[in-house]
Design a protein around this ligand. Structure first.
Ligand SMILES: Nc1nc2c(c(=O)[nH]1)N[C@H]1C(S)=C(S)[C@@H](COP(=O)(O)OP(=O)(O)OC[C@H]3O[C@@H](n4cnc5c(N)ncnc54)[C@H](O)[C@@H]3O)O[C@H]1N2
Ligand code: MOO
Length: 405
């Protein structure tokens, strides 16, 4: 067993072999959750003008006046009016430019509206005892950012705040990573599609739906599904066509020691270079990974459903996120809700359900599956925890790495 590849070595080899996916420009509205592939500089100082942040009146505060005659109405989106003299005010709205000559905004609720004077002008009186701070309620030009300041860098994910920054800085067509076309392929003469009649010696194919859902959750929505029979010639032909039309291949089944486990041979015939076969992990030991001549990655996962799902979460998804040019996301650590034993010479993956302990901390309740063919209770779980090889029992409360489905 010790000659098997360690998980960290598998990570390193995958990382060193992966291509960087191509980029494209897209309309801003369709860019949410994509990976940015450009830097974004502030279009101009923001806010671009001294911005009123309370509805009320704008005055030049000298401390001499508590009674102000209105000299105009300044709405948001209008060019600045000019305050004529001390003791006058301009009614202002949140978001409007501060009138020229004014320096302070008094909120409407601190004002008492007075009768119109003989010229029909409104007047406002400050509430008794109200003492404004000079300069208050004005968001100064450039307080948020300077013109030309770097606001976003290549590799960031377009989160809700990042989307707002793109819009506010006039990036109408951001450059983002193109969503790769992914072929999800299953192999096996025993497999029958949902909806078709099934014999007692056959099983319904399910891995591709789990893998497809896992990919879709991370934004990898360009997917096709294919089934290969246990026939080497057909596998070579179909895989060749899929390699020509997709950026990534994710296979399941046909990678262990069976008479009909042709996948590694079929891939090598197509010039896909084996980077590794078999990793010191359970489930998922027979995981095969290779790179086609033009650099496209091929992940061939073991067919057992828990193995395929675990390899997808632990290896495939992180690798695809990296190939998008994304900044490395921190590994999520959770606390074990119950003790788990590690495996002496292999990394152990255990399905877990996330809950909260009494202190509100995220806690992982293990749902060990008796075998990697037992998957019909996996829907009770949120993902897997990873126990590195060897060492003592990981007691309840121990922090472990978590990977969601
Ligand atoms: N002599 C050995 N035999 C096996 C070894 C080994 O080291 N030596 N490893 C075992 C382990 S561990 C695993 S995992 C499996 C992996 O086998 P394959 O990748 O070749 O997968 P298959 O044999 O094709 O299928 C295994 C199992 O999974 C079912 N399956 C396959 N595809 C699907 C699908 N799309 N949806 C649902 N279920 C699927 C398939 O029917 C089999 O029951 O090998 C062990 N053997
Ligand atoms: O890798 Mo297999 O996953 O243990 O059944």
């Amino acid at each position: 067993m010790t000659d098997l590849l360690s998980l960290s070595e598998a990570d390193r080899l995958i990382g060193a072999s992966l291509p960087l996916f191509a980029d494209e420009t897209v309309p801003l509205a369709g860019a949410a959750a994509r990976i940015l592939r450009q830097d974004v500089l502030a279009e101009r100082a923001l806010p671009p003008y001294d911005r009123v942040i309370m509805d009320g009146i704008a005055v030049r505060w000298t401390g001499q006046h508590r009674h102000f005659l209105t000299a105009g109405l300044q709405g948001a989106g209008q060019p600045p009016l000019t305050l004529p003299e001390d003791g006058a005010c301009i009614r202002v709205m949140t978001g409007s430019v501060l009138p020229l000559g004014a320096d302070t905004v008094i909120p409407r609720e601190k004002l008492v509206e007075e009768e119109r004077d003989r010229q029909g002008r409104h007047a406002f009186r400050l509430e008794t005892d109200y003492a404004p701070s000079p300069g208050q309620h004005v968001h100064r030009q450039g307080a948020d950012c300077r013109a030309g300041e770097r606001l976003l860098g290549a590799g960031c994910i377009l989160t809700p705040p990042a989307m707002a920054i793109l819009a506010a800085n006039n990036v109408a067509h951001p450059r983002v990573t193109r969503v790769p076309a992914i072929a999800i392929v299953s192999t096996g003469d025993e497999l029958v599609s949902p909806g078709a009649p099934v014999e007692n010696w056959q099983i319904r194919r399910s891995n591709e739906f789990a893998i497809g859902a896992s990919l879709a959750r991370k934004g990898f929505v360009r997917q096709t599904q294919s089934i290969l029979r246990d026939d080497l010639a057909q596998q070579v032909e179909t895989l060749g066509a899929l390699l020509a039309s997709h950026d990534v291949l994710i296979l399941s089944g046909g990678v262990s020691m069976g008479e009909f486990d042709y996948i590694p041979r079929a891939l090598e015939r197509l010039g896909v270079r084996k980077v590794f076969h078999k990793v010191a992990q359970r489930p998922g030991k027979p995981f095969w990974f290779g790179i086609a001549q033009d650099g496209r990655p091929v992940f061939a996962l073991p067919g057992n459903p828990v193995s395929a799902a675990s390899c997808c979460s632990r290896h495939v998804i992180p690798a695809l996120l990296r190939a998008q040019g994304a900044e490395a996301a921190p590994i999520r650590m959770v606390r074990l809700g119950q003790a788990l034993d590690p495996i002496r010479d292999m990394t152990r993956f255990v399905p877990v359900r996330l809950t909260q302990d009494d202190g509100g901390m995220t806690t992982a309740i293990p749902f060990p599956m008796p075998s990697s063919g037992d998957f019909n209770r996996l829907a009770l779980t949120d993902g897997i925890v990873e126990l590195p090889p060897g060492g003592a029992t990981r007691e309840a409360g121990c922090a472990v790495a978590f990977h969601d489905w």
